[in-house]
Each structure stands twice: as structure tokens, then as C-alpha cells.
Design a protein around this ligand. Structure first.
Ligand SMILES: [Zn+2]
Length: 235
């Protein structure tokens, strides 16, 4: 984050909605490759921590109800989400029948490599990337030949190892009572909070620039109290 919190916020806004781009903007001093190699859940945990630092622990989400078409609102607690995460996300090792598998949780490089693929092809490509050891009856085997139940066991183990990679919610619809399953996307919510705050800030800059002819950099350098006072005087 830049030393000026306002510049830091605008840099986050300009980073867009990609989770890795957001994290790079939030932590410009961190090595790019180190951030890209963070397990996806660990990366999203960092985004949740930045959201908490800037906007507080309450994360307001909306979920469309497939049954009645209304929208349900749910408030998530950043601290509860962060408490789900292990201190360090570790690789997994499982044995299922004759199969012995070791795998690492997916990172942003893996996600970028899968971005354009169909879901089924993406699942196979992801397995090929994250499985680091695959044997059947002790002999090396191709992860492409894994039976579905072993694939499911690997996915479960990886999800348990890096729980913030897939934050699933079950929201009760206040309109019809249906249970709505949903996935919470921390990057999407962080980007939305950042964009709302950036727009509010730029509206202040525009109003002050119109009223007094000041430069953007000078207005952004002011404390929020001074900007608010000048806005009041201009009204
Ligand atoms: Zn409903």
C-alpha cells in the first residue's frame, strides 16, 4: 500500500477485479512471483484481510434466489472467514485403494492457465498441474487415468487444506424460505468496496477542482477533514 492511503485506494481501484492484480496493488513491496504462487485460498485470505483493514469486518453480499427470483442479503464476518484458514497451506497426500497421490493446492498461475478452458477440460488440466506424485500399486501412473472417486477425494483434501479457495454459503431466502447455495468471491467483493470508495473520493476531487481550481494531487494530499470542510464552504 502506498504511504498516502488515498493514493493506495486509487491504485487498488485501477487494478480492477482480478484477485492477483488486486493483491499486487495492495502489497506493491511483495515479490510478484511470490504472490502468484500463493495458494488461491491463502491469496483470497489476504484480500479479505485488506478488505477488513479498509472497510471493517462486515462483508455485505447479495445472492439471487433461483426459486423466486428475489435477492437475499447476507452479512459475512471477515474475522470468521480468516479464522477458517490454516497458518500455512500445506500439500496433501492421500491413499485411495491402490492409488497413492500427492498434490499441492492450486495457485494463481494454475488459474491463469485454466481460464479459457471448458469446466471438464479445466478439471483435468488442473489435476495434471497440481498432482506431484501419482502411483498405482506402487508404480508411477498417469493422473489422467484417476477414477472419479479418487479425483473427488483429492478435491476434498485440497479444499480442506486451503479452505478459503472455495467459500460456500447456504443462505435462507427471506422471501420464499428456500436454501440458496452460493460461492463467496472475496476479490469481487473487495473490488466492489474499493470502487464505491474510489468513486466517492473522485466526486470530492471533482467538486473541489470545480469550486477552487485546485490540482488533483493537492486535493488528494489533504486530510479527509480538510476536504470535507472545503466542500462545505463551496456549497
Ligand atoms: Zn426465494
Amino acid at each position: 500500500m502506498s504511504t498516502n492511503p488515498v493514493e493506495g485506494l486509487l491504485a487498488l481501484w485501477e487494478a480492477g477485479t482480478n484477485p492477483l492484480a488486486l493483491l499486487r496493488a495492495a502489497e506493491p513491496g511483495a515479490g510478484d512471483d511470490g504472490l502468484a504462487r500463493l495458494p488461491v485460498g491463502a491469496r483470497d485470505g489476504k484480500l479479505i484481510a485488506h478488505q477488513r483493514r479498509l472497510f471493517g469486518p462486515a462483508i455485505e453480499a447479495t445472492v439471487p434466489c433461483a426459486e423466486c427470483g428475489e435477492t437475499a442479503e447476507v452479512t459475512l464476518d471477515a474475522d470468521s472467514l480468516l479464522a477458517m484458514a490454516p497458518e500455512e497451506v500445506a500439500p496433501i497426500a492421500i491413499t485411495s485403494g491402490a492409488w497413492r497421490i500427492e498434490a499441492r493446492p492450486a495457485d494463481s498461475h494454475d488459474m491463469a492457465a485454466l481460464a479459457m478452458k471448458e469446466p471438464e477440460a479445466a478439471e483435468r488440466a488442473l489435476l495434471a498441474r497440481v498432482v506431484t506424485l501419482c502411483t498405482r500399486d506402487g508404480a508411477p501412473a498417469d493422473p489422467a487415468n484417476l477414477p472419479p472417486e479418487v479425483v473427488a477425494a483429492i478435491e476434498d483434501a485440497l479444499e480442506a487444506a486451503d479452505p478459503l479457495a472455495a467459500i460456500t454459503l447456504l443462505v435462507a431466502c427471506p422471501h420464499c424460505g428456500a436454501s440458496i447455495p452460493a460461492l463467496h468471491d472475496p476479490a469481487h467483493h473487495f473490488a466492489r468496496s474499493v470502487a464505491a470508495e474510489a468513486r466517492r473520493l473522485l466526486a470530492e476531487v471533482a467538486a473541489l477542482a470545480r469550486a477552487y481550481g485546485w490540482r488533483e494531487a493537492d486535493i488528494l494530499a489533504m486530510t479527509p477533514q480538510r476536504r470535507a470542510a472545503y466542500l462545505e464552504l463551496a456549497a
